[in-house]
Design a protein around this ligand. Structure first.
Ligand code: ADP
Ligand code: MG
Length: 233
C-alpha cells in the first residue's frame, strides 16, 4: 500500500529526515513513535507532498508519488488527520465534512456523511455548530470524519489523541478499532504506547530523522526497553 524508502527531507538548509524508511500493507495498522522533533510530522509531510523529499522514493498503491503535489496524493487515496487538526473555523461541522466529500475511486462501502455521523453521533448533534465553537475532541472527530469523507485507502493520523480528555481519547481509539476491523490501512502517530499496542500490527521508532527500531506488537512486547530508549518513559 505505502512504501517510504530511504528519504531525506530538508526545511531550507536544515535537514530533518536522514534516510527514513517505513511500509504499511493493505489492511495493516502501523505506528510511528519517537520523541518530539525526531521527524514524525516531517515524514507525514513528505508522504503527503507538503514538504517533498529531496532523495529516496515513496510508493503508494503501486505508483511513485514522491514528487507529486499534495492534491494528487490525496486524490490517489491518502486521507490525512493533521497535527493540530486544521479544521475550517468558519465552516459548520457539516460543511467541514461536506467540503472534502468524494468517492473518486469508487471505493466499496462508501463513507457517506450519514455513515460518518453514525461513527461519531456527537457530530450529528453538532452539525450546525461552527468549527471554532466545538471542543478539541469534537474538532478531532471532524478531522477524522473529513479524512474519511475522501474515502481513503490509507488513513494517516498525526497525534491522534494529543491534548484530548481521557473519555474522548477512548472514543477515538474505539473508532480506530472499528476502522481497522473494516480493513482500512492506517499509519498512526501518538504517544499512548499501550493504546497503540492494542490497535496496531507493527511499530516504527524514530530518532533523528530515521527509523532506529521496528517490529511487530509481539516483538515490542518482548523488548520493552525499546520504549524507554526511544520515548524515555
Ligand atoms: N517548518 C519547519 N521549518 C524548519 N524546521 C522544522 C520545521 N518543522 C519541523 N522542523 C524541524 O524538523 C525536525 C523534525 O520535526 P518534526 O517532524 O515536526 O518532529 P516530530 O513530529 O517527531 O515532533 C525538528 O528538528 C524540527 O525542529
Ligand atoms: Mg509532530
Amino acid at each position: 500500500m505505502l512504501s517510504v524508502d530511504n528519504i531525506t527531507t530538508f526545511y531550507g538548509a536544515s535537514q530533518a529526515l536522514f534516510g527514513m524508511s517505513l511500509a504499511a500493507g493493505k489492511g495493516e495498522v502501523v505506528t510511528l513513535m519517537g520523541r518530539n522533533g525526531m521527524g514524525k510530522t516531517t515524514t507525514v509531510r513528505s508522504i503527503i507532498g507538503f514538504t517533498p523529499a529531496s532523495s529516496g522514493t515513496i510508493t503508494f498503491d503501486g505508483q511513485r508519488t514522491e514528487s507529486w503535489p499534495a492534491y494528487r496524493v490525496a486524490q490517489a487515496g491518502i486521507g490525512l488527520v493533521p497535527e493540530g487538526r486544521q479544521i475550517f473555523p468558519n465552516l459548520s461541522v457539516h460543511e467541514n465534512l461536506f467540503a472534502t466529500s468524494a468517492n473518486r475511486r469508487n471505493q466499496p462501502n462508501e463513507w457517506t456523511l450519514d455513515r460518518i455521523y453514525e461513527l461519531f453521533p456527537r457530530l450529528a448533534e453538532r452539525r450546525t455548530h461552527m468549527g471554532n465553537q466545538i471542543s478539541g475532541g469534537e474538532q478531532q472527530m471532524v478531522a477524522i470524519g473529513r479524512a474519511l469523507a475522501t474515502n481513503p485507502k490509507l488513513l494517516i493520523l498525526d497525534e491522534a489523541t494529543e491534548g484530548l480528555a481521557p473519555l474522548i481519547q477512548e472514543e477515538i481509539w474505539n473508532v480506530l478499532e472499528t476502522l481497522r476491523s473494516q480493513g482500512l490501512s492506517i499509519l498512526i502517530i501518538d504517544k499512548d504506547v499501550d493504546a497503540l499496542m492494542r490497535l496496531a500490527d507493527r511499530h516504527y521508532f524514530v530518532q533523528n530523522g530515521r527509523v532506529e527500531w521496528s517490529g511487530s506488537t509481539e516483538e515490542l512486547g518482548q523488548n520493552p526497553e525499546v520504549i524507554e530508549t526511544y520515548l524515555g518513559i
